[in-house]
Ligand binder design. Structure first.
Ligand code: C2E
Ligand code: MG
Ligand code: MG
Length: 391
């Protein structure tokens, strides 16, 4: 049975929390003393609920001691001293390698506490089945896949916050593996980068993307801007802008129908050597987007140098912005900064109506996420576009 350990200076609150956890059918012990707490924490403790504010030893010290012992239990932090302090402690604990599974600001409701506990105690198997199995990709496999063009695209629509019209479509690559089935990009893109095969793979994506744009045209669907994810390796190729433009003109596609997405971290790593190609792409009319924004700590000074037209807020901020003060500020400031730099701001990973409303109230321009649609295969996305009506 899962074992829960609580340390709270306030014995009444400790007992109350303990009772609520026992009501969930779990074994629970509670203490007010740091020493007793450390003595009782054992390798079979599943969950620790820890008050950050203790009189003799503070919660942060306790976290350090737990980290020293390589504590693997899930930890829920509680405190009555403001959301910011909890968030900082959560970050600190994560850098110490501790497994923080939630935080609670006092006073909290019983239901809130039980929800956090329940989430952590979902059987590990259920969680694992949602994630993609890591696959070992050999150089040969990947080279062969590129030669045989085993990649397919799924498309995820983006909608304007005000008019709700579909303004864009992001092309997301998947590997149609002969024996493994559909493999997600997280399982092979990093490997393709490492093997320096990503540029060749990107050409497969570009060609597929272009044929999709032609299909939209034949089906008389309004032409959305097609977003394509690009590695900075492609930006080191000085011939890339001309080659791309040539291909587009062969198929009679305007450069302004193509948006290239480059991650913020990638850009920061290779800013100086990428600026040449980025600027020429932009001069030729291709649109540029900074993807996963917020994960790379770009400074306003650096951002100003990148000739991008769009800023995409990373979905990790969007998913937590209604619960986390820090993420909310990050989202609001990114929207303001993007607009000041003349960029369109896109929120990725929008999953709920509440998130959409918050983004709209804060003047975010475009939304992309499961709330609007999951990434869809070619046939499904054309059907989706035919049926789509702004609400
Ligand atoms: P990304 O460019 O940031 O793409 C967005 C990812 O978020 C996609 O994952 C998409 O399925 C997922 N997503 C969209 N809406 C939601 C939502 O509401 N909730 C949640 N939880 N997730 C959402 P996907 O397709 O697995 O792609 C992962 C990453 O792989 C992409 O992140 C991109 O960095 C990379 N990638 C995909 N295709 C390509 C490609 O053609 N070339 C390169 N270089 N990278 C690619
Ligand atoms: Mg992207
Ligand atoms: Mg992204």
């Amino acid at each position: 049975m899962p074992k829960v350990l609580i340390i709270d200076y306030d014995i009444d609150l400790g007992e109350f929390v303990s009772q609520a956890i026992e009501d969930m059918g779990l074994e629970c012990s509670v203490t007010t003393s740091a020493k007793e707490f450390l003595d009782s924490a054992s390798p079979d403790t599943t969950l620790i609920i820890l008050d950050l504010l203790m009189p003799n030893v503070d919660g942060v010290e306790l976290l350090r001691m737990l980290a020293k012992r390589r504590c693997a239990a899930g930890i829920i932090l509680m405190s009555g001293i403001g959301a910011r302090v909890i968030e900082t402690a959560v970050e600190l604990a994560a850098t110490l390698g501790l497994n923080i599974v939630g935080s609670l600001q006092k006073p909290f409701r019983l239901a809130e506490l039980q929800e956090v506990v329940r989430k952590h105690l979902v059987p590990a198997a259920a969680v694992a089945s949602n994630s993609h199995p890591a696959i070992a990709v050999s150089e040969e496999d990947l080279r062969g896949a590129i030669e045989r063009d085993e990649f397919v695209l799924h498309f995820q629509p983006q909608v304007d916050m005000v008019s709700q019209a579909v303004t864009g479509m992001e092309a997301l690559v998947r590997w149609q593996h002969p024996s493994l089935g559909l493999v997600s990009p997280d399982s092979f893109i990093p490997r393709a980068e490492e093997l320096r095969l990503i540029h060749a793979l990107t050409w497969c994506v570009i060609r597929r993307g272009i044929s999709m744009l032609q299909r939209f045209a034949t089906e008389e669907l309004p032409a959305p801007v097609l977003s394509i994810n690009i590695s900075t390796q492609s930006l080191q190729s000085l011939t890339f802008p001309d080659e791309l433009l040539m291909l587009l003109s062969c198929y009679n596609i305007q450069p302004s129908q193509i948006m290239l997405e480059i991650t913020e971290t990638g850009l920061l790593d290779k800013l100086a050597s990428s600026l040449d190609v980025l600027t020429r792409l932009r001069l030729k009319g291709i649109l540029l987007s900074i993807d996963d924004f917020g994960t790379g700590y770009a400074m306003m000074q650096q951002l100003k140098r990148i000739p991008a037209t769009e800023l995409k807020i990373d979905r990790s901020f969007v998913s937590q912005m209604l619960e986390s003060y820090g993420d909310r500020i990050m989202v609001q400031k990114t929207i303001e900064m993007g607009h000041e730099l003349g960029m369109n701001v896109v929120a990725e990973g929008v999953e709920t109506v509440e998130q959409l409303e918050f983004l709209r109230a804060n003047y975010c321009d475009v939304a992309q996420g499961y709330l609007i649609s999951r990434p869809l295969p070619e046939d499904d996305v054309t059907r989706w576009l035919h049926q789509y009506r702004p609400a």
